[in-house]
Design a protein around this ligand. Structure first.
Ligand code: HEM
Length: 385
């Protein structure tokens, strides 16, 4: 993948992919321009993809797939609840959960870091954020495994495959929707301190969020906030293994960890592409795109654009500034970026502090998720001392 992305950034910035009938947008400038202009490049694909009743609930609060003004309304509401203070307040719990997870493998000299840490940590943090009972956290893990474990959607070739994949996971989605709705009703009756109660209190011009919108937003947190952070943690471990001199620099001065994490994000973006739909005919990168074209804003190749990054093909933990586009850009800029960065700093710091030597002993044992869905290890066995 890395080789393919590097090659892409040197080619024409905007190209038509005949086979898939979509446009590939590859250079940093054009990708940023697309993401900065939601009036021309819409995020709303609702008329184009198959519908499935259980997934419709998701759509209502799932503002990543909405344009202004609906997007602005929901993002403003959610911003009242999910504040920087709420994220900062999670810090002690992230430390404690990470320590608990690593305690469980403390006396082992081999373990799978995805299983032990990268997979459970973000889902446990989201459960903490929402204030679900500890005993129900296993459920969250089961749902995440069903929703993101399969390859059906990533391998879908046409809309009938997508429809079949949606049908297959619909019962899990139904169970999840029901659970979240119940959780919201409980918080309506017994308001508390957590994010759920804050979401229920949020208002813009006297109008709050409907229960179904909260369900959709919580589902978005589960999707956007879980697998991406799992991916980041695994990608960091992989990058440090592949570039031991970079890992040594971070060990020598842990103050470099935040810059190192930005470089991992640039190097291996969990979502390498973001889809958009043109609302009118538009000129981009010297090409004319008709109205209603589908385009893929390729974050991975933009992150390797030599016009924006010196030596883009080298992994440099000291790179700063690092204007990667891995969290997107513009109105949809990742809402959870501060949380993802915080989790990565805590988890990687604890890993490096506990083990003086961390290696991937056998690259052939490493398994990846379907790269059409996400750039992430699903199995990453380590040897530690
Ligand atoms: C949006 C990436 C972690 C919540 C986005 C977008 C990207 C992204 C690229 C923009 C999508 C678009 O423009 O179409 C990532 C990466 C993460 C991460 C790489 C981890 C390394 C998180 C976490 C949360 C989160 C931890 C929440 C707990 C969201 C939400 C949006 C979003 C709610 C929608 C924002 C909007 O539409 O206004 N993320 N994300 N993300 N992300 Fe993240």
């Amino acid at each position: 993948l890395v080789g393919r992305w590097s090659a892409l950034s040197e080619a024409a910035p905007v190209r038509h992919d005949e086979r898939q009938n979509l446009w590939q947008v590859l250079d940093h400038r054009s990708v940023a321009a697309v993401l900065a202009d939601p009036a021309t490049y819409s995020s709303d694909f609702s008329g184009l993809t198959p519908t499935q009743p259980d997934f419709e609930t998701f759509r209502q609060g799932n503002f990543v797939g909405m344009d202004p003004p609906e997007h602005r309304k929901l993002r403003t509401l959610v911003s009242q609840a999910f504040t920087p203070r709420v994220v900062a307040g999670l810090e002690p719990r992230i430390h404690a959960i990470t320590a608990e997870l690593l305690d469980a493998v403390e006396d082992r000299d081999r373990f799978d870091v995805v299983d032990a840490l990268a997979y459970p940590l973000p889902i446990l943090v989201i459960a903490e954020l929402l204030g679900v009972p500890a005993s129900d956290r296993g459920l969250f893990q089961e749902w995440a495994a069903t929703l993101f474990g399969g390859d059906e959607i990533g391998d879908a070739l046409d809309m009938s495959d997508v429809e079949r994949a949606l049908e297959a996971i619909a019962p899990t989605v139904r169970e999840m929707n029901g659970y979240i709705l119940e959780h919201i009703r409980h918080h309506r009756k017994h308001p508390g301190e957590g994010l759920t109660s804050k979401l229920l209190e949020a208002e813009v011009d006297g109008v709050g969020m409907a229960d179904q919108e909260i369900v959709g937003f919580v589902a978005l947190l589960l999707v956007a906030g879980h697998i991406t952070t799992t991916a980041l943690l695994g990608n960091a471990v992989l990058s440090f293994d592949q570039y031991p001199e970079a890992a040594a620099l971070v060990r020598a001065d842990p103050g470099r960890l935040p810059d190192a994490i930005e470089e991992v994000l640039r190097w291996l973006p969990p979502f390498p592409e973001l889809g958009r739909r043109t609302t009118r005919e538009v000129e981009l990168g010297g090409r004319t795109l008709p109205a209603d074209s589908i385009l893929m804003a390729n974050l991975a190749s933009a992150n390797r654009d030599p016009a924006r990054f010196a030596d883009p093909g080298t992994f440099q933990v000291r790179r700063n500034p690092n204007p990667h586009l891995t969290f997107g850009h513009g109105i949809h800029f990742c809402f959870g970026a501060p949380l993802a960065r915080l989790e990565a700093r805590i988890a990687l710091r604890q890993l490096l502090d506990r083990f003086s030597c961390i290696t991937v002993p056998n690259r052939r044992e490493v398994e990846f998720q379907n790269p059409a869905v996400i750039v992430s290890a699903r199995r990453l066995p380590l040897e530690v001392r």
